[in-house]
Design a protein around this ligand. Structure first.
Ligand SMILES: [Zn+2]
Length: 249
């Protein structure tokens, strides 16, 4: 099956750590620029876990597991030709700050920058008030993920940017009956909550499965809801140098 991963295609970058570009549920995002490889000169983002990335090896592994599963869904959605455009998934890789940077050895997730960033749904079933084809397609993609995995999981928190030949998604969330996809996996109750708020649109097929239980267990919110309490930052972000160098492992 063709794969729709959008990869770094680079081995080195410079990260601008002097200001946070965006804040995720438990990650800070910084801007950067590739300095070696095919994408040299293009923008990237580098994501650091707020609770202190040096210690959070397991978070990186969970993140990569979520991305791998989300990529299977995206590949299959494209393959099944649910829409006539293609959807891509940004595939981050774990990079390490180089010795000359003030964060020697610290790890970060690096992926290509997405412009025209928008959010289309959340893991509690939030959706934008306005309507557009892409908004509808994203709701259908979430619904499709549940059907195509035979009720095992739900791909949600869909966000990214529209490009001329399709759509690029980043920061996926997977919720599963077995609740094995990290802190944003709200389990079966999360899946039920999502579908309680989901309205099928013209891109959803009527034969697609929905959960038997469609009750609301979580309040709606645009940001990603988490099941673990937010931990205090263990390593203060004292490093304020711009242009730190990071490289692929
Ligand atoms: Zn639907």
């Amino acid at each position: 099956m063709a794969t729709f991963a959008r990869e770094n295609n680079a081995s080195k970058a410079e990260a601008y750590m002097d200001s946070v570009y965006a804040k995720g549920a438990f990650k800070n995002v910084y801007k950067g620029k590739y300095t070696e490889g095919e994408r040299t000169g293009k923008e990237c983002v580098c994501k650091i876990f707020i609770s202190g990335s040096v210690f959070e090896e397991s978070y990186f592994q969970v993140e990569l597991k979520v991305v791998a599963k989300a990529l299977e869904v995206v590949n299959s959605f494209n393959n099944d030709k649910i829409i006539d455009k293609k959807i891509w998934l940004n595939k981050p890789t774990i990079w390490t700050f180089t010795p000359c940077s003030g964060r020697k050895g610290e790890k970060t997730l690096v992926e290509p920058m997405i412009s025209n960033f928008e959010k289309f749904n959340s893991n509690t079933g939030w959706t934008p008030r306005e309507s557009s084809s892409w908004i509808d397609v994203m709701q259908a993609l979430s619904h499709y993920s549940y059907h195509s995995t035979n009720r095992r999981l739900l791909f949600c928190d869909l966000q990214g940017g529209v490009y001329k030949d399709g759509f690029i998604i980043t920061d996926p969330v997977i919720m599963s009956a077995t609740q094995e996809y990290g802190p944003t996996d709200l389990g079966a109750a999360g899946i039920s909550t999502f579908f309680a708020r989901h309205k099928c649109n013209k891109y959803c097929h009527s034969k697609w499965m929905i959960p038997h239980d469609k009750r609301v267990y979580f309040d709606v919110q645009k940001g990603s809801a988490m099941v673990l309490p937010t931990r205090q930052s263990r390593t203060p972000l004292t490093c304020q140098l711009a242009g730190l160098s990071i490289q692929e492992e």
